[in-house]
Design a binder for this molecule. Structure first.
Ligand code: SF4
Length: 432
């Protein structure tokens, strides 16, 4: 019987070639990632359980990105970052991308790719639910709680159940008015927020493989919104070229066998999908941009690990170029590399940054910013009864700040079109 890509990675990492869905195995972790919110409590648990003189199992395999509550006066947020600094100093630990230094990167999931930590066939755990993003590189990646992370920090191992896999195939290339965000919101509408609980969501088809790495990361990023343990896309030449441009460390490519067994399979015609939104207050509350067009907005937001990558800003710039926003619109590059690219890439003779500035957007520093609400001085935060359309990944009550606010999730094209009109708009009004 054939195996899925995820089962093959579990077999390799555990050293158990027969590991099958439902069985538990000890995985050897290739990378452990944490950040300013979960890093300090993880370290605290690690010290409590492994002793004050505990040693990191492998300093090369741990990476810490402060990214969540960064540009704020909030003393508790700043205390967390300071705790990470102390930890890095105490352990002479190098893979720490401290804010206020040239090494600062921004949102962890994008930084993992940019800094070469994402390698096909490897196993990555992170103290963040969107760690599934890295699965776009043909690797197994998932989020863990602080206690599990503390155990990995001390041992490099974790006891995991081999997940069943679900397969989502998109046939045909995407039309110019669609993005990966529309595809994943479409899937969420089909299977709901618990439709993939504890399963690996494998994305396949020429529609998926026509996407660049950043767009693929949008698909895997939101696997957790369906309850998925992970999202995964087999590495192809596009993935290999990206990885080789970021690291010279080894990797191994796995592909699912033709006779691999899946929990379920879904197949979609990419060209038949419409620009899609998730209405308040759940990522599976699917509708089309066309159906909700005209909904009054008070704020637009383009940012986060889902929608703050360079590809997201290329999409947004296509619509914002030569136009003005009708409501406050926030542009938050996910990483400092993305922020630099906004200054370097041009469209119609203007940099993307100039296009956004001329359109009247507010451009913020790279971080998670208002994706997670954050302290009251967080840029772009939803206040009072704000009605927001956002390229982020969650719209539960209070996720972006005020519990009274309403958040629509959409693609960068739909958000940009809506920003120009001041009401939710279909990007096909601008792009055909
Ligand atoms: S950008 Fe949002 S979803 Fe992504 S890691 Fe930060 S808070 Fe989480």
């Amino acid at each position: 019987m054939g195996k899925t890509i995820t089962e093959k990675i579990f077999a390799k990492s555990s050293g158990n070639p027969d590991a099958a869905p439902g069985e538990n195995v000890w995985l050897n972790v290739d990378t452990l990632m944490t950040h300013d919110v979960c890093g300090p409590p993880t370290i605290q648990i690690w010290k409590r359980e492994f002793g004050e003189k505990a040693k990191i199992w492998d300093k090369e395999k741990l990476v810490i990105f402060p990214d969540h509550y960064i540009f704020t006066a909030d003393k508790y947020a700043n205390r967390n970052v300071e705790a990470l600094r102390q930890f890095a100093k105490e352990h002479d630990f190098k893979n720490f991308y401290d804010v206020g230094t040239p090494r600062y990167k921004g949102v962890c999931h994008i930084a993992l790719a940019e800094e070469g930590y994402n390698r096909p066939g490897t196993v990555l755990f992170g103290t963040d639910s969107h760690t599934c993003t890295s699965g776009a590189f043909g690797m197994f990646s998932t989020g863990v709680g602080n206690t599990d992370a503390a155990f990995i920090l001390g041992t490099g191992k974790i006891w995991e159940r081999v997940p069943e896999s679900m397969k989502f195939t998109f046939d045909g290339e995407l039309p110019p008015y669609l993005t990966a965000k529309d595809l994943i919101l479409h899937i969420l509408g089909e299977i709901t927020t618990d439709g993939a609980t504890y399963r690996a969501m494998e994305f396949d088809g020429d529609g998926v493989f026509s996407l660049d790495m950043y767009e693929r990361m949008t698909l895997t990023n939101m696997a957790i919104e369906a309850g998925g343990m992970s999202g995964i896309i087999a590495a192809d030449k596009v993935a290999e070229d990206y990885v080789k441009s970021r690291t010279d460390k080894p990797y191994e490519i796995f592909r699912s066998d033709d006779d691999a067994v899946y929990h379920s399979k879904y197949r979609f015609d990419a060209s038949a999908i419409e620009p899609t939104v998730a209405k308040p207050h759940s990522p599976d509350n699917r509708d089309t941009a066309r159906n909700v067009a005209g909904t009054r907005l008070t704020k637009c937001y383009i940012g986060s690990c889902t929608g703050g990558k360079i590809t997201d800003f290329r999409f947004a710039a296509k619509i914002l170029s030569g136009n003005k926003v009708a409501v406050p619109t926030f542009v938050v590059p996910a990483s400092t590399e993305v922020a630099r690219a906004l200054e370097e890439e041009t469209l119609g003779g203007k940099t993307l940054r100039q296009i956004f500035t001329d359109a009247g957007c507010e451009i913020a520093q790279s971080s998670c910013a208002a994706c997670l609400g954050g302290p009251s001085d967080t840029v772009g935060r939803a206040v009072d009864r704000d009605v927001v359309i956002s390229t982020t990944n969650r719209n539960f009550p209070g996720r972006m700040g005020s519990k009274q606010s309403e958040v629509y999730l959409a693609s960068p094209l739909t958000v940009a079109a809506s920003a120009v009109k001041g009401v939710i708009a279909d990007p096909r009004d601008f792009i055909n």
